[in-house]
Design a binder for this molecule. Structure first.
Ligand code: CDP
Ligand code: MG
Length: 717
């Protein structure tokens, strides 16, 4: 099936950061060499520069500030604890005194009663309010106070896991209860709720799966679909489903919140429902564009942040970067350059991105010690999902990471793209919450006007839909092209996803769910991983596969603390199974098990204990097979296999395959006969070619038949 290039509609500007990443890598190499030189000379580089090496295996970038006011690179436990106590004590004090006052100061509080009235009178309400106006933390509590939790839970969905966790924590504090009791959260593989829970924050994916079990969502009296402007894939699917649920259940309240003004579309979609605007309380933000295009946005951001810091103006800084690597480099560079300066004022640099351990994420909300400026370096997570008070300066690199379906490889790739104008304006707005602010855009005004899209293309129109298709099919939606989407995905994307599911045996030739497909829906996994798990039962290796699948589903398990890179690499090497990363993972798990699941063992082996523990909560054959081209050298394998399979493709400046295993060509022929055949001795090339052609023709005929059926059914309706 020909797949339209889903990305061709996007105004893609080539990524300008590649140079920097290369530079950073070179720098790292240089540093390593330098360090070696000093170590050889009998002196540690750290001692000379006053840098103490990390002893606790913490690779975070949270750099505390020394008593003497200088930025201190030490992260030894005693010092970290001291600083933690200090800042926690001051913020605890502030909290105790003012939690209620803080709630009452929020813009939403002024319209509390009006809001509750409009919700009482309508089944569906759209609520629009600036980021930080109190939608996420207050709406659930207002509904609770108004009696909605007496006959069901108040659920609130978030597109991001981090937001679900941190907001639940905050609301439980505001309510004066322990997290997991009255207020809880649920994200994939982690359920922090109990019998007592009446306010439940969760990712939109969780609610989607709950609707599988309980299509009318009977446990809920109200559902808040938060951050609707983000238009995440799951939110978009939930829109269509919840519209139907509300029409069946007159006692259910649905509230859709958005931080942007383009809410008319939401209102129209749900049948011209009322829109409630929370009056804003924002301060003017000066917007400054770069005069010339920046070659290197990280370099530019570092300079800008330092310039602001040294200017003498007060207020915290928020820097937007596309991803983890850029964030780490930016944080490091700021700290390093400050160290070189004489008598620079103190600065706490705090990174935040989704893979950062949650205790470190929480740091961004803590108050910095008096006289210390905070500089938060974040992904677009800080655009609307998380609000940090006190930001006066925003530095916007102008890029974000998006998951985009790449038809060439037939799968999603996470890539860096320019943000949209809507994103840019949201980012600027972060500077004007507590007072007048400034936003430094590291791109030109003309790039903003001419190269950026007005709004980002919703995820549903740019990603692989295999999971969505599987889910909707299992919910009994026969014809997906007729499902009520706010913005329907491109038909080709939908058909391509159906094709992938057909390959996996989840759909039959008519596009209906097969028994295997029905089983696959049960797993909260990528369809390929679900299939792998199912097949493993027949092959008698499900215990091992379960471990591997779990390992692929939790965040990264290995870490490389700064200053101990080589040491951690060496330890990691010990687990290595040369021909397979998958088996390497299995090996790690089995050794951990042999060591009684010890966390000390994890620490000794540079493995995240938390991620490992998550494995115990859960337990397709991977279809991404590539023929290895001559000359490809696979790091660590020591030889070049003919075929490999990989779990994930990551695009930076190059394509990287992540988690690779060498496979035997014959296995491919056995498990994927429609794509692979083994040349047999005695049979002519002509014969082989003829057979391959025949198989493809058959397959295409079946698919086009299914497609025709779909289309004609659609025309009938
Ligand atoms: O959802 P919306 O952007 O409208 O606001 P919110 O997330 O409810 O935030 C309201 C207030 O709660 C802000 O002043 C935040 O700084 C604060 N908050 C917090 O201190 N810690 C959190 N984890 C979340 C919110
Ligand atoms: Mg919010």
């Amino acid at each position: 099936i020909p797949v339209k290039d889903a990305t061709s509609d996007m105004a893609i500007i080539s990524r300008k950061g590649s140079q920097l990443v290369r530079k950073h890598r070179e720098q790292k190499e240089r540093k390593k060499a330098q360090q070696k030189h000093w170590e050889l000379a009998g002196t540690k580089l750290g001692d000379i520069m006053g840098i103490k090496k990390t002893e606790d295996g913490d690779s975070s970038g949270g750099k505390p500030v020394g008593e003497d006011g200088r930025v201190d690179y030490r992260t030894d436990q005693k010092f970290a604890d001291h600083m933690k106590d200090k800042s926690e004590a001051s913020s605890e004090f502030a909290k105790k005194k003012t939690l209620l006052e803080q709630r009452q100061y929020l813009p939403i509080f002024a319209v509390r009663q009006q809001l509750l009235n409009i919700i009482r009178d309508n089944s569906i309400v759209i609520v629009v309010g600036e980021t930080g106006s109190g939608k996420t933390t207050q709406l659930t509590q207002y509904l609770h106070e108004d009696g909605y939790t007496s006959y069901g839970m108040v659920g609130c969905t978030q597109p991001r896991r981090v937001a679900a966790m941190s907001v639940a924590k905050r609301v439980s504090e505001e309510l004066g209860s322990n997290l997991g009791e009255e207020v809880g959260y649920a994200i994939r593989f982690e359920d922090c709720t109990s019998e007592k829970t009446v306010i439940k924050y969760m990712t939109d994916g969780i609610l989607l799966r709950e609707s599988l079990r309980e299509s009318d969502l009977d446990h809920y009296s109200a559902v808040i679909m938060d951050e609707a402007h983000e238009r995440s894939l799951n939110t978009d699917v939930l829109f269509g489903l919840l519209r139907e649920v509300v029409s069946r259940r007159s006692d259910l309240k649905l509230i859709v919140t958005s931080a942007t003004m383009d809410s008319d579309k939401f209102a129209a979609f749900f049948g011209n429902v009322p829109i409630f605007h929370i009056p804003g309380r924002t301060f003017p933000v000066d917007i400054l564009f770069s005069k010339t295009p920046q070659e290197d946005y990280v370099e530019a951001a570092v300079k800008q942040a330092l310039q602001i810091h040294l200017s003498g103006m007060g207020g915290d800084i928020l820097i937007f970067m596309p991803g983890q690597e850029d964030i780490e480099v930016t944080s490091d560079q700021i700290v390093e350059r400050l160290e070189d300066l004489e008598s620079a004022p103190p600065l706490t640099v705090l990174p935040i991105y989704s893979q950062l351990p949650s205790d470190l994420q929480a740091k961004i909300f803590q108050k910095a010690p008096d006289g210390v400026r905070k500089c938060i370096v974040a992904t677009n997570i800080a655009e609307t999902s998380l609000t940090v008070d006190g930001i006066m300066f925003v530095v916007d690199a102008g890029y974000c990471k998006l998951k985009v379906f790449n038809p060439r490889i037939g799968m999603d790739a996470l890539q860096v793209y320019p943000i949209s104008q809507a994103n840019a304006n949201q980012r600027a707005g972060r500077a004007g919450r507590t007072g007048p602010g400034q936003c430094y855009r590291l791109y030109t005004q003309s790039a903003f006007k001419n190269e950026m899209l007005t709004t980002t293309i919703p995820e549903i129109q740019r990603t692989n839909l295999a999971n969505v298709v599987l889910l909707l099919k299992s919910l009994g939606v026969q014809d997906l092209l007729l499902f009520h989407f706010m913005d329907p995905p491109p038909e080709d994307n939908m058909l391509n996803s159906m094709y992938q599911l057909w390959i996996l045996g989840a759909l039959d030739n008519t596009g209906s769910l097969t028994p295997t497909g029905r089983l696959m829906v049960e797993f909260p996994l990528d369809p390929a991983l679900s299939k792998m798990l199912i097949v493993s039962c027949d092959m008698g290796c499900s215990a091992d596969i379960l471990i591997i699948v779990s390992m692929l589903s939790v965040p990264a398990i290995f870490y490389r603390p700064k200053g101990r890179e080589e040491e951690s690499d060496q330890v990691r090497e010990k687990f290595s199974v040369p021909e397979s990363d998958h088996l390497t993972y299995l090996n790690v798990y089995l050794q951990w098990k042999n060591n009684n699941y010890s966390s000390i063992w994890c620490n000794e082996h540079f493995i995240h204990t938390k991620a490992m523990r998550k494995l115990t909560c859960l337990c397709g054959w991977v279809f991404q097979v590539r023929e290895v081209r001559i000359g490809d050298s696979l790091f660590g394998m020591g030889y070049t296999p003919d075929y490999i399979t990989y779990h994930e493709l990551v695009m930076t400046t190059k394509e990287y395959m992540q988690c690779v295993t060498a496979v035997d060509g014959e296995w491919l022929a056995e498990l994927g006969p429609m794509f692979y055949s083994v040349k047999q001795a005695g049979k002519s090339r002509m014969e082989n070619r003829r057979r391959a052609k025949e198989e493809i023709t058959n397959m295409e005929e079946e698919m086009s038949l299914a497609e025709q059926q779909l289309r004609s059914r659609r025309e009938d309706q």
